[in-house]
Ligand binder design. Structure first.
Ligand SMILES: Cc1ncc(COP(=O)(O)O)c(C=O)c1O
Length: 302
């Protein structure tokens, strides 16, 4: 369990060298997809984004992704410049240009656009938003369960930088991930302000104890769409599921742990802070939830 890995690891696919990118209404080759050094996103991390996945010709949970994108844009007072239909069309246009039908991942990003001068004030962003879509062929490929390390960086209170914002600036998460890597893990397990286990730097986090599925209260973490789908699936299928506070003691002693996110769906966790979790391999509950989620995707993306 030593080789370097990330939760967003995919099979090598040379087709991604030649993909087409959506950039402000145009479809351009990857090599030409460039934004200004004056862009608010580059300069300040001033923007919001969504990660979406294509299965069988359908972008899974499009409504939920659009809801979250527009909610985040409203929160940071950013006019995306397109309505929901416009954003959806941009996604479909990029998909068609790339001839993608399934197993694709899109990162849809909108920033406050190009600034007139290199300073923070949002009024300096006067040219309208910059919107880009990077769409890649993508099949997640994890050779082993993920290793996590708890780090000193916590999930902040909503009145500083609300962890529910899918903001371009992810420095808190990146520093956490670096700390985890230096501790020999793949990804960081982050606590909340009260010391309860909350989330990882890039995914939501669940444990399984005695047939029950536990995840954090939902405060201090991304309101993950996959997280909510897993909670709903548990409820619909008679699996006890709790959004609650729990500690590292509960976590080390769990029978199973797994992560959720659009990219990897459900990713098993084998080790946390040098403690093996359960058997160290994917457990039966994680396997069951993965299968329920796969069925849901098949229904949603028929
Ligand atoms: C910090 C963080 N947690 C969790 C998630 C997973 O959310 P979702 O299931 O909507 O992909 C993301 C994805 O954007 C994220 O950035």
């Amino acid at each position: 369990m030593t080789k370097k890995m990330s939760t967003h690891q995919a099979e090598e696919d040379r087709r991604n060298d030649e993909i087409l990118i959506y950039l402000n209404g145009k479809i351009v080759p990857k090599a030409e997809a460039k934004v200004s050094v004056y862009d608010s996103g580059f300069m300040l991390g001033d923007g919001v984004w969504e990660g979406l996945r294509l299965y069988n010709g359908t972008w899974a949970f499009m409504d939920e992704h659009l809801d979250r994108l527009f909610e985040a844009a409203k929160a940071i007072d950013l006019d995306i410049g397109l309505d929901r239909e416009g954003v959806e069309n941009a996604l479909l246009e990029t998909q068609t240009a790339n001839g993608m039908t399934t197993d694709a991942h899109a990162r849809l990003m909108v920033t406050r656009g190009v600034k007139t001068r290199p300073f923070q004030h949002p009024s300096l962003s006067q040219q309208g938003p910059t919107m880009t879509i990077i769409m890649e062929h993508s099949r997640p490929n994890l050779p082993r369960p993920i290793k996590l390390a708890t780090v000193p960086h916590i999930r902040g209170l909503p009145m500083s930088q609300d962890p529910k914002l899918n903001s371009h600036s992810k420095l808190n998460c990146i520093i956490a991930c670096i700390a985890a890597e230096k501790a020999g893990a793949d990804e960081a397990l982050m606590l909340d302000v009260n010391g309860f286990v909350n989330t990882t730097n890039a995914c939501n986090f669940f444990i399984v104890r005695k047939g029950e599925v536990w995840t954090s209260t939902g405060d201090y973490c991304m309101n993950g769409i996959t997280r909510q789908k897993v909670i709903d699936l548990c409820r619909e299928n008679g699996i006890p599921v709790y959004e609650r506070n729990y500690s590292l003691v509960d976590t080390y002693g769990a029978d199973e742990a797994f992560l959720t996110g659009t990219f990897g769906a459900q990713t098993p966790v084998g080790e946390i802070d040098g403690r093996q979790i359960g058997s160290g391999q994917m457990g039966p509950m994680t396997e069951r939830i993965r299968s329920l989620y796969k069925n849901l995707i098949e229904k949603e993306c028929a």
